[in-house]
Ligand binder design. Sequence first.
Ligand code: PLP
Length: 440
Amino acid sequence: MEPLVRIRPPGPTAREILRRDAEVISPSLSRAYPLVIDRAAGVNLWDVDGNRYLDFTAGIAVMNVGWNHPEVVRAVQEQTERLSHTVFADFCSELPVRFAEELVKFLPAGLDTVYFGNSGAESVEAAMKLARYHTGRKYFLAFHRAFHGRTFGALTLTAGRTKQRKHFGPFLSAVHAPYPDPYRPLCRNSRASCDQDVLDYIEDVIFRTEVSPEEVAAIVVEPVLGEGGYVVPPRTFLKRLRSLCDEHGILLVDDEVQAGGYRTGKFLAAEHSGVTADIVCLAKPIGGGLPIGVTVSTGEIMDWPPGSHASTFGGNAISCAAGLAVLEIMRAPTFGAHVLAQGEHLVEGLERLRRVHEGIGDVRGLGLMAGMELVRKRETREPDAEMRDRIVRECFERGLALLPAGESAIRFSPPLVIEKDDIDAGLSILDGVLSRICGR
Ligand code: PLP
């Protein structure tokens, strides 16, 4: 394999494309650094000037089986020649049916009824509409720092940065509780019980002062906070939420758009807590790089009648063919164990860096969903977004693709097929950048 970056990016071809991009593309997109991708394979990306990068992003946790996996490519090529658009909302075809049948085999018993959309946000929209339809209730409860997408319903739940909501309201009816963050708990010195503090807050504050629980259709939760900073809550959190939902007849919606598809070592991150939600949202990795959104529930809950919800491209043949190839790869008996082993190796490596670099406040992770928090001083835990951004940018210039998450975290979400050598190579680049930027 050729060495990583040979000419300092962005090179001349990238700069020219970025100039054209600025002329014609909506300015609402924000990018951490000027990577202009040309091709990708496995855990490597190449830019348009021929630079190679080690990829610790998986295209925002999408390319879980690796970029351009030959089986996914073959499935897409074959299906494209046969049929691309199934018109599934109007005409039945076998492929989406088979994909749904195979997908539910990866899910807990009972989650056996599938709605196909086209994106993560659409899978959340469907979950919200279904929850309202089934319960006849209007309100949703979500969490601060959550990201569930940017369409109006999903954006009602998203509460990560005001920039994402500013001037777009009013939204639907929703209330937000703090997300249990062991590094920055709601009550001081309660790292282990920070989830119980949140549950108390919901019952003692939200349900007493903002909305009565019998008006809440669903609690929507990320089992591991994604865009909000790769925060792993205590394992008891989902169990406590499940009990709260059961007590009040509220549906539990598990947004696995980022954490699902074995990102955390299990097909659903909620499996680590032994919790089954009423509705599960899946997207990103399930289509192996093709657009897809999947909302799964029980037959009893998914009781909306014909005509109540559908989408032109839902169940798209190429996405389903890619999805079937993805599931076939994930079916390997060692797939989840590999993720857990590599994740442990990654987090141990990040933890070693934390011991020597003062600016790293916290390291956490579940499988290959790991986060590192940059702070001004360890004692105050004050976020250092500026330092985080410099680290991400310099890593890019040295051939390591990373993404920020939350206010001051870096997320590590490489393709799940990554091996230890590549993890070590990435950590070594990061170590060099940290030494330059935040000292030892
Ligand atoms: N839900 C979660 C947990 C996500 O991380 C995202 C996207 O990052 C979404 C929903 C929205 O997905 P999409 O961007 O495909 O609409």
